[in-house]
Structure formats: structure tokens, C-alpha cells
Design a protein around this ligand. Structure first.
Ligand SMILES: Cc1cc2nc3c(=O)[nH]c(=O)nc-3n(C[C@H](O)[C@H](O)[C@H](O)COP(=O)(O)OP(=O)(O)OC[C@H]3O[C@@H](n4cnc5c(N)ncnc54)[C@H](O)[C@@H]3O)c2cc1C
Length: 381
């Protein structure tokens, strides 16, 4: 009997899991006993970590995107289609085109999207570096910004790459310093909870660095509305902040099919943190940003989860009990300190990370990883 595996999403998690599956199930693919399909709503994959650098002219659009099809093993069937519904009873995905796609096992890896409309006025007044279009626009703003108040505001959690707003703040500090404009530009970093980061070790590492670099810190700051004509952020807490340039980390949301199929309480798929099975739908796995497992929304998470899910599905396809488990392994680099120094955090579920002292060596390690990313997506690293 043939096993049809349908991966929804051709981003980091989707391409890695599909390629790992192709490697593990090679004999079954060749004999027609297994089929792997990847559905992605767009022809290309964006390497999102590079959009941080695009805003500072350190990376180009052509470097951050690749056709999904080119990243996939030849044994994987790529279809440029958007999935709009999933019926776990009949094991069927509904596609925007009106077609359906049956599966024996589905992997949902639909990532997260920016909700610019989630805060009134944000679309009109705010900029961001969380996607290529936003970063290109922001690059123009930064290139022309010579004085005033730059506010880097995290407008909701969870969001992709929790450390990226800090990295942006450090890079912005360096950007204006190297241009001799730092005295003309005030930088403020705002965060919604009672500290500058959710993990104490990271907050304790970053706070003094921000203070030394005159980056203002504002916590318990939850934007409710942005007045685009007056350039003021109004918060749920009743405070307000004026800005000249607003760089927002907009609220995030999940794919519509998560809500329509009631796969979780809110935006994210309720997922067993070790087996990565969707708890509300049989034979459905969730990986990457779409899953609600208690760790960061980070590409490294999608990467490590992909190996576990590919192992589990390959075991199931061969009639064996799956045994691979995800332990929460997460790795995040924090780059941009003084422009070219970085550190990194590595942890598993329930652990507090240790951060090595920031260095140029770690900065180059991060950039080497960025350069090699497309090989990772192909499953070669
Ligand atoms: C500025 C920035 C910096 C970052 N830096 C880092 C970093 O340094 N390190 C790190 O580990 N992570 C980083 N990340 C986070 C990382 O990019 C994400 O966590 C990672 O891309 C998640 O992978 P994913 O496969 O879950 O989602 P994605 O890579 O977003 O892929 C989801 C895919 O699904 C497609 N899709 C969505 N809905 C549907 C649908 N209904 N039907 C079909 N296709 C659909 C999308 O088009 C997309 O191709 C960063 C993110 C940003 C924005």
C-alpha cells in the first residue's frame, strides 16, 4: 500500500522535512510505495533571517529568495497551491484553486504572517524588516534619516526570531555611529512584558549593552494604536511615545486553515512538544512557526523538528512504531553588537541558555551559516 505524504508550506521547515523524507524513503519513492508532495502558495522561498541585513544594505533581494522547486529533491512533487482547509476525518486538504488533495499523513509548516492591520495606524505609519518588501522600504528610510527619534517596537509576542529586534537596535546604533549621526538620533527599544526579553539570561546580557550604547529601553509597552499624522504610539497601558521613524515588529498570525479546522486555541497549531503531532488531528504533524511548542519561532527549531518528523513518518510508512522525539533544541545567534560582533544562545526545553562573550568570530560563524543556508534547505547540511 502506498503512503501519500503532503507537506503544506515550502519554507524552511517544509523543504527540509520533504528532503529528509525523500532521503529516508528513497526505496519506497522509487517503487511507487510512497509519494511526497509539497504545496506552497508562492513559487519562491524567502530566507527571512537575511531581511534584517537588507534594511542596512548588507544583503540584496536576489540573495534571499530561491524557487522552492530548485530546493527540493527530484523525488518530491512540488505544487504551487494554497491550502485553505483541512479535514482530518476524510484526510483531505482543500486548495484555493477548488481542487482537493488527499493524504495519509500531512505535515503543516505554514509559518507565521505579519498582521499589519492588527494595530490601527501601523500600516500607514510603521516600517518593518520582517520581510523583503518591508526591508527594501526601510532601507530607503534609514539611508535618508539623519536626525530624530527612531523607535524599535515589539508589538506582540510570540514573533519570529525573538532576538531580531535587539539585533536591529544594535545594528542601527552602529549604522548611525559610523555615519557620525548618533548624537542626532535617539534610539528607543520597546518590549511588551516587564523586561527586555523573555529569557532572563538574554535580558541580563543585553540590558547593559543597550545602556552603554544609549539605547533607551521601555518595557510593559503594548501599542494599541499608531497616530500616523501626529506620529505618536498610544499604548494599552495609557502611555504614549512620539517617533520620527517607527520600526515595528508587527503582531503575528498563523494560516487561516488553522482556525477554520480548529487545530488550536488561537493562531497556532496545538502540538505535542515531543512527538510534534497535532493534538487535535490524527496523522497530522506541525513544525516550525505554525506549531505552538514552547520554544522560539526560529528557523533552527524548524530544522531540528524536520529531522524528528521525517524519522517518525518514515517509521510509520514502514509499519514500525515511531520513536524519534524533539527535545526543544533551539539555536539563535544575536548579531550586530558594534556592527560586527555576535553571541548565540542554545537551549532545550526548560533550560536557560549560557551566552558566550560576543565576538567577531561568532559574527562570522553566523554569516557563514547564512551563506550556506540554501544547502541546509536542500537537506545537504
Ligand atoms: C527578520 C527575521 C530574522 C530572523 N532571523 C533568524 C535567525 O537568525 N535564526 C533563526 O533560526 N530564525 C530566524 N528567523 C525566523 C525564521 O525565519 C522562521 O522561524 C522560519 O522561517 C520558520 O520556518 P517555517 O517553515 O515554519 O515557516 P516559513 O519559512 O515562513 O515558511 C512557511 C511557508 O508556508 C507558505 N504558506 C503559508 N500558508 C500556506 C498555505 N495555506 N498553503 C500553502 N503554503 C502556505 C509560505 O508562503 C511559506 O513559504 C528570522 C525571521 C525574521 C523575520
Amino acid at each position: 500500500m502506498s503512503t501519500k505524504i503532503c507537506v503544506v508550506g515550502g519554507g524552511s521547515g517544509g523543504t527540509i522535512v520533504a528532503n529528509r523524507l525523500a532521503e529516508k524513503l528513497r526505496p519506497e519513492l522509487e517503487s511507487g510505495e510512497a509519494e511526497i508532495i509539497v504545496l506552497n502558495d508562492k513559487p519562491e522561498q524567502i530566507y527571512k533571517p537575511a531581511t534584517l541585513y537588507m534594511a542596512f544594505g548588507r544583503s540584496e533581494l536576489s540573495e534571499v529568495k530561491r524557487p522552492v522547486e530548485d530546493l527540493l529533491d527530484p523525488g518530491v512533487d512540488f505544487r504551487q497551491k494554497k491550502a485553505v482547509s483541512i479535514d482530518p476525518e476524510s484526510k483531505q486538504l482543500g486548495l484555493e484553486s477548488g481542487e482537493t488533495c488527499n493524504y495519509d499523513c500531512a505535515v503543516l509548516t505554514t509559518g507565521s504572517k505579519l498582521d499589519m492591520a492588527g494595530i490601527p495606524g501601523l500600516k500607514e505609519a510603521g516600517h518593518h524588516f520582517y520581510g523583503p518588501d518591508g526591508s527594501e522600504e526601510l532601507r530607503e528610510e534609514l539611508a535618508n534619516f539623519e536626525s530624530g527619534h527612531l523607535v524599535v517596537s515589539v508589538m506582540g509576542v510570540p514573533h519570529m526570531c525573538p532576538v531580531a529586534p535587539m539585533e536591529f537596535s544594535f545594528l542601527a546604533d552602529d549604522w548611525f555611529r559610523t555615519r557620525g549621526l548618533r548624537d542626532e538620533v535617539e534610539i528607543t527599544y520597546t518590549y511588551p512584558v516587564n523586561d527586555i526579553f523573555g529569557l532572563d539570561t538574554v535580558a541580563n546580557w543585553a540590558r547593559p549593552l543597550m545602556e552603554e550604547r544609549d539605547i533607551n529601553i521601555e518595557t510593559f509597552f503594548n501599542p494599541e494604536e499608531v497616530d500616523s499624522s501626529e506620529k505618536v504610539i498610544h499604548t494599552v497601558e495609557g502611555t504614549e511615545m512620539e517617533f520620527d521613524l517607527l520600526v515595528a515588529i508587527p503582531p503575528h498570525k498563523g494560516a487561516e486553515l488553522v482556525k477554520s479546522a480548529d487545530l488550536g486555541e488561537g493562531e497556532w497549531i496545538e502540538t505535542d512538544k515531543h512527538t510534534l503531532e497535532a493534538t487535535r488531528a490524527k496523522d497530522v504533524y506541525a513544525i516550525g512557526d505554525a506549531a505552538d511548542v514552547p520554544t522560539s519561532k526560529a528557523g533552527s527549531v524548524a530544522h531540528y523538528e524536520s529531522g524528528v518528523v521525517a524519522d517518525r513518518i518514515a517509521s510509520q510508512a514502514r509499519g514500525r512504531t515511531p520513536s524519534a522525539r524533539y527535545d526543544g533544541k533551539t539555536v539563535c545567534f544575536i548579531d550586530g553588537v558594534d556592527g560586527n560582533k555576535a553571541t548565540f544562545l542554545q537551549f532545550k526545553y526548560g533550560e536557560e541558555p549560557d551566552l558566550p562573550e560576543e565576538s567577531k568570530l561568532i559574527h562570522w560563524a553566523k554569516h557563514s551559516y547564512n551563506e550556506a543556508y540554501w544547502l541546509t534547505a536542500k537537506g545537504l547540511l
